[in-house]
Each structure stands twice: as C-alpha cells, then as structure tokens.
Design a protein around this ligand. Structure first.
Ligand code: 5AD
Ligand code: SF4
Length: 475
C-alpha cells in the first residue's frame, strides 16, 4: 500500500472512532518530552485525536485518553515518564482511561520491557515510525479492549496529509527531513529515528503556502540534521527537483518567496554540512533570521573526534568567521555537552575558550548522559558526576555573564520584532521577539499581535529586553 492510501485508511479509522465517541464528551491529554521535532509530532497526534472527537484537557484526572510522546536523548525524561506513569495507575482504574505511549523511547527494547514488567496497564505502545497509525491502534483498543504494541525498527516512510493542530497561530514548525545518518557517539537519535529521509519540496512548499494563507508569519524548518536536506533518492517518481529546489539552500530561497511569511528559522544544522550555498542563501534571503543555531558540542578537537563530529575546534571557529564575514548582523546559538567520556580539564577549557571567542546569543547546555547502545556508553574514562556538575556550573556562569554583556549592546538600538501577543503576566504589555530570538516587552494598549514592528530597546533584564514602538509595520 502506498503512503497516500495508508493515510486515507487511517482517516477512515478516525471517522469510525468519531462515531463510537459521539455524544460522549471525551477528553484527552498529552505530555510531550524533548525537542521541537517531538513537539511537531505531538501537533500531528493532537490533530488526529481531536478529529476522533476528543477535547483537550491539561488535567490527567479527567482524561479518557492520555498520550505520552517520549524522548530518550537524556536520562531525565525517562525518570519523568516513569514517575507520571506511576501516578496514572489509580486514575486509569477510576475513569477507564486509555494510555498510549509513543516516540523515541519506545524504539528502545529495554524501555518496552520495563513498561511490560512495571506498567502493564499501558494500552498502546507506538514508535517513531508508526505515529500515523495511532487511529488504527486506538480503534483496536476501543473494539477489542486488548493491549497492543506497534513499533517497527525499519525506517518509516514519509507520510503526508495527517491532520494537525498547531500550538500557535503565528509561528509554525514544519518538519522537512526525518532521521539522522551522523552517529555522533553520544547520541541515541540515529538508532531511534532511523536514517535520513527528506520530504519532497512540493509537500513542504504547499504546506508553508497553506500556513501563510492561514495567517502564520514565522516558519521554523525542522530536521535532526536540517541542512543535510536532501539527497533525493526517495523521490524517484516525483522528480529530482521542484521549482528549482534540490538542496537546503534552494529550499530556503524558495520559502523566502512565499508571500505572508515574514520570518524563517531552522534547527538543527550540523556544522559539517554548512556549505557556502547555505551561507549565501541566509545572507541573501531577507526573511531568513540571522540567528543561526550551530551546535558546537565541545570546543576540544580531541573530544570532537571521539564524539565523531567531523570538525575540529579550528574548523568550527573558521566557519563562524566565514559566516560572520558573509552574513551581516549574524548572531549564533549553540548546544554544548559537558563531561563527555575522556573530557579533561584542558578539553573543557577549550570549550570555554570557544564560548568566549564566539560570544553566543544563547547556549543550550547539557550534562553528558550515558545512552545505552551508543559507542559513548562503552568508552572508558567516564567523568564522575560531581566533576560534570562543577564544569556545567562554570560554563553556565560564563554564559550568563556573556548574556548580560550582550543584552547591554541592544540598548538604544532599533530592532524589528514579531509581536506574539499579550504578555502572560501583564495585561498591559505585549511580548515579541527580535530576529535574534530575544524576548522584547512593550507597553501597548492597541492589539498588535502578529505585527512585525520596529522597536527601540530602552532597557535590558536577564531574560528579556524592554522597548518602545517607533514605527508601525505595513501588515
Ligand atoms: N547527553 C547529553 N546531551 C546530549 N545531546 C544529545 N545526546 C546527548 C547525551 N547523550 C544534546 C546535544 C544535542 C542536543 C539536542 O542534545 O547537544 O545537540
Ligand atoms: Fe544526534 Fe549527532 Fe544526529 Fe544530532 S547530528 S541527531 S547529535 S547523531
């Protein structure tokens, strides 16, 4: 069966469930762990489940269907999942709740075994390649009342046309490729998400054009390794390029032309795939934000080698320099892992050195978490927890002092901000973001949600800036 027929079949199951659920006012809840790709998957899950007739609640106690979309990149998400499952046992008995767990963690055999042993009341286990079959799985539970496991190891196909319920009506994520071929030695993702598969540009561009028509202003292109989009081996019958798109750079250029879209972001690129055509596209395309996320992971060439990152400290710094020369107003954010196996004090100093030299706008810092099944787990010289934590604190201190300094540079400057809506804690202010993703708070009474406006920055605070509007945008 081809993918289109498969999705039609699932839509038929959705209708059958809708009939079963009619007049029952059923509710669902969902807990999402992990990255933006998982959040985007959850939006698809919510889209399917709402069409089945379930309404969202954030209260587990009143849910008839509870879904967990899991992540296994670091250990702490596991602890949170199992803690929550423990709590649910009693609630499940009280209101006959269906419990479904999916996502990356379900691609790990030892986790599935643990669920069977310790949480036998879980109804559905689905994997990263079977998300689109959730309607079929739920229908089976409703009809047969038997637990089921729907996980496959082979790489999933790319399924188009699932319903989706988006979190925001201004900013939308669009997954452009799935999986990863890089096998960084610390990372579990290639084992649970499979090999790289790119979506066809026709599907991507049509999705974004649809979003623009609905009023979305900001698009984030997502992929585990977003700039390795795409070798078109899986497009044989669709042609190797569409509207001139046959690479990440050409995709950026084509999305840039879509009327109504004001901002384009993308995560996460790999430095090794940051080719000149991508740099040029960022520089040329006025809608592509000049904040680039460029995961460093470590500043030590020795650690980078054992992480299988395929670049050295010098190559990373050279790339930053080249990008700065070609992209005016470039800002950078990054991911750093502290305490990878074999990381010496000197190696860690190299990481601090890169952070000082580059001056990142934002740093996502992680303590190395040993992942069973990865080469990193078998490496000798694992770093004791106390040293990992001390290094993490030192890095955090440096990053925070840099952010404070960086914020000061904004005072007096004019920034273009996309207004996201009223501030959560204050009725009289609006919140927006700069191109560099800094939060800006504005005093304003008129509804300016969704507008792209020019703002003068008047003061800085650790996690946000304050500004005053100087000129209204056209839209
Ligand atoms: N331990 C800690 N951090 C990790 N990451 C990936 N795997 C691990 C791990 N085992 C981090 C990397 C990656 C980000 C999404 O998560 O920095 O870029
Ligand atoms: Fe993991 Fe490396 Fe692939 Fe990113 S590029 S998903 S860190 S293996």
């Amino acid at each position: 069966m081809d993918t289109l027929q498969e999705i039609e079949k699932q839509k038929e199951y959705i209708n059958q469930i809708k009939k079963i659920n009619e007049n029952k006012s059923l509710k669902y809840t969902i807990l999402t762990f992990g990255c933006q790709l998982n959040e985007n998957d959850s939006e698809k899950i919510c889209g399917m489940v709402e069409e089945m007739g379930y309404k969202y609640t954030d209260n587990f106690k009143e849910a008839n269907l509870a879904i967990f979309n899991t992540c296994c990149v670091r250990e702490n998400a596991e602890d949170r999942l199992f803690g929550k499952l423990g709590e649910l046992k009693r609630i499940k008995e009280e209101n006959n709740m269906i419990i479904a767990i999916g996502g990356c963690m379900m691609q790990e055999k030892h986790i599935i075994e643990k669920i069977h042993e310790s949480y036998p009341f879980v109804d559905i286990i689905f994997g990263t390649h079977t998300l689109h079959k959730l309607p079929e799985d739920i229908l089976k539970i409703l009809v047969n009342h038997k637990k089921l496991q729907d996980v496959i190891d082979i790489d999933g196909k790319v399924y188009e046309g699932l319903p989706i319920k988006r979190e925001s009506n201004l900013k939308a994520s669009v997954t452009i490729m799935y999986g990863c071929n890089n096998f960084c030695t610390y990372c579990i993702v290639p084992y649970v998400r499979g090999r790289e598969r790119s979506r066809h540009p026709k599907d991507i561009l049509e999705e974004i054009e649809g979003l623009a028509k609905e009023g979305y202003k900001e698009i984030t292109l997502l992929g585990q390794n977003v700039n390795s989009y795409l070798v078109a081996e899986n497009w044989q019958n669709l042609g190797k390029s569409y509207r001139g798109v046959n690479s990440f750079a050409t995709l950026l250029r084509e999305v840039n032309k879509i009327q109504g879209i004001e901002r384009i972001r993308f995560v996460s690129p790999h430095p090794k795939d940051f080719t000149d055509d991508v740099i040029e596209a960022i520089a040329d395309c006025e809608k592509v934000c000049k904040l680039v996320h460029l995961p460093l992971q470590s500043g030590s060439s020795k650690v980078l080698k054992s992480m299988n990152r395929k670049y050295t400290k010098k190559q990373y710094l050279d790339l930053v320099e080249k990008m700065r020369a070609k992209i005016p107003n470039l800002t950078l954010s990054t991911d750093i892992i502290v305490g990878f196996a074999g990381e010496t004090e000197e190696d860690f100093e190299d990481t601090l050195d890169v952070v000082r030299k580059v001056g990142f706008e934002q740093v996502y810092m992680f303590i190395y978490s040993i992942r069973e099944g990865t080469p990193g787990a078998k490496m000798e010289n694992q770093i004791p927890d106390n040293i990992k934590h001390k290094r993490f604190d030192r890095l955090k201190e440096l990053v925070e002092s840099q952010i404070e300094e960086d914020n000061k540079k904004y005072i007096g400057t004019v920034q273009e901000i996309l207004v996201e809506g009223k501030s959560k804690n204050n009725e009289n202010t609006y919140t927006g973001r700069t191109d560099s993703n800094k939060v800006v708070i504005l005093d304003e009474t008129e509804d300016i949600t969704g507008k792209l406006i020019k703002v003068k920055i008047v003061s800085e605070h650790m996690w946000y800036l304050k500004g005053t509007i100087i000129r209204r945008g056209e839209n």
